[in-house]
Unconditional design. Sequence first.
Length: 96
Amino acid sequence: MHGTGHFLGLDVHDAGLLRNPDKTWQPFSAGNVVTVEPGIYIAPNYEPEEGQPPVEARWRGIGIRIEDDVLVTQSGHEVLTSAVPKQWDTPIKKAS
């Protein structure tokens, strides 16, 4: 349901794809900005296949994603979103 990242440009997705049309990977170069955005998405109509766990109806149709934006530099990378909180300090209350 979701990729793990993409290039960023002036209009969020306008700077090209991580994979070329021939399915080869686009190499990074200094100045590229990319997202790293792992996520968990549960389809609204989720039906587990063999070996998959059941999912309660209340969790279907949700998505959770934590995104970082990363600048590729000559010597490595810089995480542009390093100051953004990525954990929840307040316990989540179970629905009654």
